[in-house]
Write a protein that binds this ligand. Structure first.
Ligand SMILES: [Zn+2]
Length: 464
């Protein structure tokens, strides 16, 4: 799409997404789908359930079971087949009562022909976001103008093969660009999760944060780290300042058993399971949550997680609670319910927002220095600091845990795969934010042309 055409398409999208818009009968009782919800030249829509029956669309894809992606999907859905991963299929049938007749789970990692799409194949790739989330890699010719956009592709009916990578929500990792479906392919459109496409979003690699949480929990529960943190508001209190000698914890075996520490992790409906699993496995304990949450966890094909679950709260050293419960007064009241079993609690609040970028994060820095700075960043348990309201009885930790890509990871991803055009799918509601994101995409493109080395060398298989 030439840039003036693209501007037109975004203007259309702005109108379609206008919050004050109320569909009327005259408009066919439906909101129009913006251009980026329907693949160019293919009768395929992705995460576009709020637009009802989209003209020409014969296949509706869902990347994952988060509400902003399945808006309007319910037991009333009858506009066409829904394609998704097995876990997402279970989740939407369980949570939204979607009629299973419409739900078509697809296998992971193998190209599968999508019925009634003129021979388009799709490969599902684990997105590294929440359970069941995936990227879709589509390959095929352009056969039809579907959707509501006025833009018509000149390639419809031609033999040229198009490749589209739809990222849904994802945390980019080397595994994505190394995937056999993606590696070495020239991708025409990448639909990018641009949630954090801004250099201010620097947070540490997810695998390091997960092991840091597990290590910290282990040290706290074993009694190696006890006592109230410095609550005078100064952030210079380090973990070492309140490490007690281990003899102190050891000399009162009885006291210790009475003072058992409960670990509580705050979660939303789905997501963050990896932290929970890592902590429970490090502690050699079970995981407890309420029946509602348990049913959702059971939708996921994860035998390792299922083996950890228990209905008996006193048997589990790790409890899952809604994120809003991970505040000192509520957690204090919660742990009192288990008097005699647990007397203290440590609460983990996973959020994407608690990490302070190292000083000198220059917004105008070169792509190469964004990468080298990102790759010099590490993270360990001692980097987790107790929150100010922590006490001896209830300790709270904010965890810089994100299931979306950091700016650095988006940059590594863009520099490590072969694409023609990136299309932002998040924060696209205003022109200013779109222009800022387009600037970064342009810089990635220029750097790729300049740089002979096509890939960023990863530090590990699962992070750059
Ligand atoms: Zn999501």
């Amino acid at each position: 799409m030439a840039s003036h055409k693209e501007n037109e398409a975004w203007k259309e999208a702005d109108l379609a997404e206008d919050r004050s818009f109320r569909p009327t009968r005259a408009q066919g009782s439906r909101r129009k789908a913006p251009f980026y919800k329907v693949l160019q030249g293919m009768p395929i829509a992705v995460d576009a359930f709020r637009y009802g029956a989209i003209p020409g669309v014969t296949a509706y894809f869902l990347t994952h079971a988060h509400s902003d992606h399945y808006t309007n999907l319910s037991s009333n859905w009858k506009n066409g087949p829904i394609y998704c991963s097995g876990d997402t299929a279970n989740l939407i049938i369980h949570m939204l009562a979607v009629d299973p007749e419409w739900v078509h789970p697809l296998p992971m990692d193998v190209p599968t022909v999508v019925p009634d799409t003129g021979g388009v194949t799709v490969t599902l790739i684990e997105a590294n976001h929440c359970p069941g989330s995936c990227l879709f890699f589509f390959e095929g010719t352009q056969t039809v103008h579907a959707g509501d956009s006025a833009f018509k592709s000149p390639f419809i009916g031609s033999e040229k093969v198009f490749r589209y990578l739809h990222c849904g929500d994802f945390r980019a990792s080397p595994q994505h660009v190394m995937h056999p479906a993606v590696r070495g392919k020239n991708i025409d459109h990448v639909y990018l999760d641009t949630t954090y496409l801004d250099p201010k979003y620097t947070f540490p690699p997810q695998p390091l944060v997960i092991s840091a949480c597990a290590e910290l929990a282990k040290r706290i529960v074993s009694g190696e780290l006890i006592g109230a943190p410095d609550t005078n508001g100064k952030r210079n209190s380090t973990m070492d300042a309140w490490v007690m000698p281990s003899e102190r914890a050891d000399d009162t075996g009885v006291k210790q058993s009475k003072e058992r520490m409960l670990v509580v992790v705050g979660t939303y409906s789905i997501g963050k399971e990896r932290i929970v699993k890592a902590i429970a496995q490090a502690l050699g304990t079970k995981v407890y949550c309420d029946a509602h949450k348990m049913a959702i966890l059971r939708c996921q094909n994860d035998p390792e997680l299922h083996a950890l679950l228990t209905k008996d709260p006193s048997e589990a050293g790790v409890h899952l609670l809604p994120l809003g419960m991970i505040v000192s007064d509520k957690l204090k009241a919660y742990v009192q319910r288990f008097k005699g079993v647990y007397s203290r609690a440590v609460g983990f609040r996973p959020t994407g927002w608690t990490y302070t970028p190292p000083s000198g994060s220059d917004l105008s820095q070169a792509i190469t220095s964004i990468i080298s700075r990102g790759q010099s960043r590490s993270f360990a348990y001692a980097d987790l600091k107790p929150m100010q309201k922590s006490t001896y009885a209830v300790q709270l930790y904010g965890i810089p845990y994100s299931e979306h890509s950091s700016f650095f990871e988006l940059t590594c991803f863009a520099m490590s795969c072969d694409w023609v055009k990136m299309i932002a799918t998040v924060n696209v509601g205003n022109e200013k934010s779109r222009a800022k994101m387009a600037k970064w995409m342009e810089r990635w493109e220029n750097e790729k042309k300049r740089n002979k080395e096509p890939m960023v060398k990863p530090r590990a298989a699962d992070y750059w």
